[in-house]
Write a protein that binds this ligand. Structure first.
Ligand SMILES: *Cc1c(COP(=O)(O)O)cnc(C)c1O
Length: 498
């Protein structure tokens, strides 16, 4: 396809319209006062409805999305999102409710939120949940603010440091730093796990918490988590869990049972909401009883109906007023209104549809799919850590380096096979990491197709490395300077085959 420069976005044609209205048959109103009128005509594009629809549909085909195919982006849990959850979120009562509406008129919304809090409590083994944070990273910030408030209250001293493993996601040290803590790195061992000895060596009474991802970003369950939690607790510290990998644990193990005091959930990962591209997310935070009084409490404490059989949920008005924050130990509000409500509805619908057994099955299948893919690709790709992993597996480009091929080339070549690449160059402890998370929603045929493509690419690396280095050749865009594309986007002039 060849498209001339400029034609993609500049399609306006003078006189074209997207409407047809009957002639005006009412008296013309008085003209607007001259001082508020435009001096120069607004430059609005003139297009027909069909022009506009085709423009946006065409643009959408240059992108890739979960409904288009396999999307094994490790750590992101890009599972298929059932349309039933979307259908629930667009129901009028949910979609059209307004945050300033009187509480009595949105009773059902409060009931849904309270029940979702309860489900997340049950899934995680924690005592209370706030639904306010808008993303995982926002949940980390909220959780760390709770940790800080706890230490200030209990020890009159917030403490100074937070221990974070070397395999952690970049948001972890960032959240800790925003809360005024110093991130102290602890190294994983050659099996890709944390040892109690390594934690013990740096744990002291200046440490506010350890922030740990479990299973970790290699997909490996931290087998020493309970012992590590005991070490941290014995010095008065708290255990924060990054819950982004909860998709491996649902119905199987509960963070609250293995020593975690506070964690965030990524509803847009584990509990099925379309994400990627910066769409709305939700990062609720769950805590043990000792931390509940520090949670954000200013917005919503839904109160169940007083009498049995009555169906009206309301807000606990004593908790609504902002001024009330000063009286409590709460960290205050972290988000306007009720959090990203439409994401909460989707997560609720998903949990209700799956049920406890269904969630457990999802985790089991997610683990099975990752193990299956690992067993097929291990012949062609280097596996830096051979420890059994759960819902994702991390390979490297070590074998392909011999032929001058890097992880980026493999990822780009996969696009020519019509698939979204896995996460690359993360976790940082694996040089040239290729992090594959198939999720439970892919069937065996889809996993096989992906493995076939990866095996073929490994073969191409040996026999025809140039084709891999030149990839992608079949996408609308070839290799972009990705940093420049973000920092200095050229949105108007588009040239095909660029
Ligand atoms: C996705 C992710 C985060 C951050 O979550 P967001 O919802 O993207 O802000 C943190 N840690 C890990 C391990 C993740 O995969």
């Amino acid at each position: 396809m060849f498209i001339e420069e400029g034609t993609l976005f500049e399609q306006s044609s003078p006189g074209r319209t997207g409407y047809s209205l009957p002639a005006c048959d009412v008296p013309k109103p008085d003209p607007l006062p001259a001082n508020i009128c435009r001096k120069v005509k607004a430059e609005l594009p003139e297009l027909s409805e069909a022009d506009v629809v085709r423009h946006f549909v065409r643009l959408s085909t240059y992108n890739y999305n979960k409904d288009a195919g396999f999307y094994p982006l490790g750590s992101c849990t890009m599972k298929y999102n059932p349309k039933s959850a979307d259908a629930a979120a667009v129901m009028e009562g949910f979609a059209k409710s307004h945050p300033y509406q009187p509480g009595e008129t949105v009773s059902g919304n409060f009931q849904l939120m309270k029940e979702l809090e309860n489900y997340l409590s049950e899934i995680s083994g924690l005592d209370a949940v706030t639904l306010q944070p808008a993303a995982g990273a926002h949940g980390e910030l909220t959780g760390m603010l709770v940790v800080r408030a706890y230490h200030l209250d209990k020890h009159k001293n917030p403490r100074k440091k937070v221990i974070i493993p070397d395999s952690a996601h970049g948001t972890n040290p960032a959240s800790v730093a925003i809360c005024g803590y110093e991130a102290v790195e602890v190294k994983s061992n050659s099996d890709g796990i944390l040892t109690p000895e390594a934690v013990k060596a740096i744990m002291d009474e200046d440490v506010a918490a350890i922030m740990i991802t479990n299973p970790n970003t290699l997909g490996i369950f931290e087998p020493n988590i309970k012992e590590i939690a005991d070490i941290v607790h014995s010095k008065g510290g708290l255990v924060y869990m990054d819950g982004a990998n909860l998709n491996a644990l649902m119905g199987i193990a509960r963070p609250g049972d293995f020593g975690v005091d506070v964690m965030h959930f990524n509803l847009h990962k584990t509990f099925a909401t379309p994400h990627g591209g910066g769409g709305p997310g939700s990062g609720p935070v769950g805590v043990k009883k000792i931390l509940t009084e520090y949670l954000p409490n200013s917005i919503c404490h839904p109160r169940p109906p007083k009498a049995e059989g009555s169906h009206l949920w309301t807000l606990d008005s004593s908790a609504v007023a902002d001024g009330n924050d000063a009286l409590s130990k709460s960290i205050g509000r972290v988000k306007a209104f009720y959090g990203n409500f439409s994401v909460l509805v989707r997560a609720y619908a998903y949990i209700r549809e799956m049920g406890g057994d269904g969630l457990k099955k999802a985790s089991e299948l997610a683990v099975l799919n990752a193990a299956y893919i690992k067993s097929k690709l291990i012949k062609c790709y280097n596996l830096p850590y051979s420890t059994d992993a759960l819902h994702e597996c991390v390979f490297s480009d070590k074998v392909q380096n011999e032929f001058g091929i890097k992880t980026l080339d493999i990822a780009k070549r996969l696009m020519d096979y019509g698939m979204h690449p896995p996460t690359i160059y993360f976790p940082l402890i694996v040089h040239g990491a290729i992090m594959i998370e198939p999720t439970e929603t892919e069937n065996k045929a889809a996993c096989d197709q992906f493995c076939e493509a990866m095996i073929k690419i490994a073969e191409e690396c040996r026999t025809n490395p140039e084709i891999v280095k030149k990839a992608p050749t079949k996408t609308f865009r070839r290799r972009l300077d990705e940093v420049k594309a973000v920092k200095d986007p050229r949105l108007k002039i588009a040239r095909a085959c660029g």
